[in-house]
Design a protein around this ligand. Structure first.
Ligand code: PSU
Ligand code: MN
Length: 337
């Protein structure tokens, strides 16, 4: 039974009675934070947020083991998602499986979708949501997490200056303080305009140098080079942690992007992906895959058109980013203790 008269909605109404907006304690009654993540945050352990859209709509399979990578590097993973209408920080492996497999089939959850999925759950229809980078940032920030490791950032789509298809990941970085470690944006996006947009949003964009000298490119996902110079360079994880803490001490509530180029041995040259990307973008257009369905359509298409050859590279870079994010979180813990 759905609607305002069903018993579960009446129960939610009782829970909400006396609620005043902006009360942090009550907010935390709605947000579920796992005991492990709560304890880790309270004792200053390195916590790394992980997104769940990568599992629900990422077309990468289910053996990424990002949680294991965080743990093996001394951190505590916090997979974020909306399970049965409950916004959760710190999903267990079993819960991630439930989220991905349903029922119900998971929705892709960016900032705009969160309250819809949670409120609809209160009204009796339990929905699942895989949180995007933007959605994950919103919930992880509420929990007090500082660092997030993932694969590819959403961006300004090709032709986005006409269609206005610009990922909410970019505006989220503009408003939510979190260090996001990723490999740049996929080549189906307009990388120069993505960087322009991030600049407008006041987002620090910086790339790990790892001892490289001279100009460093902002990476282009499968390729280490994009032909576009990274606005800033960070030397190592300590350096990234210091910048994050400076932002925090200055009370600037804006996100920070730390780009980590794909490991050299997995890099795929730009030209090789270019024709595949052209075709994927064209088919998305022809088949009307607009709005939030556009990115998942293109991700699936690229996987198909490369006969899955793009998958090992994609996995390797996400895993490398999550390892790096764990080291940034560890450096932050060290600096604040
Ligand atoms: N790019 C990728 N893999 C992904 C995504 C983007 O290479 O899985 C996902 C991320 O969750 C990202 C979201 O936050 O897609 C962006 O979607 P949109 O463009 O609709 O904002
Ligand atoms: Mn979009």
């Amino acid at each position: 039974r759905q609607g305002l008269n069903n018993p579960s909605f009446q129960a939610s109404r009782r829970a909400l009675r006396g609620y005043s907006s902006g009360n942090l304690a009550e907010l935390k009654e709605i947000l579920r934070i796992s005991e492990e993540v709560k304890e880790a945050l309270a004792t200053n352990k390195p916590v790394v947020a992980l997104e769940s859209t990568i599992y629900t709509h990422g077309a990468l399979g289910d053996d990424l083991d990002l949680e294991g990578i965080v743990r093996r590097n001394g951190g505590v993973p916090a997979v974020v998602g909306i399970l049965g209408g409950v916004p959760t920080v710190g999903l267990t492996t079993d819960e991630v499986t439930q989220l991905v497999e349903g029922p119900p089939k998971p929705k892709k959850a960016s900032r705009r979708d969160i309250a819809y999925l949670v409120g609809t759950g209160m009204a009796g229809q339990k929905m699942n949501g895989g949180t995007t980078i933007a959605g994950t940032m919103v919930l992880a920030r509420l929990a007090g997490i500082r660092v997030f490791g993932t694969g590819g950032l959403g961006g300004v789509h090709r032709g986005g200056h006409v269609s206005f298809d610009i990922s909410a990941d970019l505006t989220e970085l503009g408003r939510t303080r979190m260090a996001v470690i990723c490999s740049g944006s996929k080549g189906f996006l307009d990388i120069p305009r993505t960087l322009e947009y991030l600049e407008t949003q006041g987002v620090l964009v910086s790339t790990f140098a790892d001892g490289r000298k001279g100009d460093i490119d902002f990476p282009a996902f499968w390729a280490r080079e994009s032909g576009i110079k990274s606005p800033f360079v960070v030397q190592d994880e300590e350096h990234a942690a210091a910048i994050l803490l400076a932002q925090e001490k200055l009370n600037i509530e804006t996100g920070l992007l730390f780009a980590n180029p794909i490991p050299e041995e997995y890099a795929i040259p730009g030209e090789k992906m270019a024709t595949i990307i052209e075709q994927a973008v064209r088919e998305a257009d022809e088949q009307g895959a607009h709005g939030s369905g556009n990115t998942p359509f293109i991700l699936r298409k690229i996987r198909e058109l490369t006969n899955e050859a793009s998958v090992p590279a994609n996995k390797a870079l996400v895993q490398s980013n999550v390892e790096r994010a764990t080291r940034v979180a560890t450096a932050v813990s060290r600096l604040v203790s």
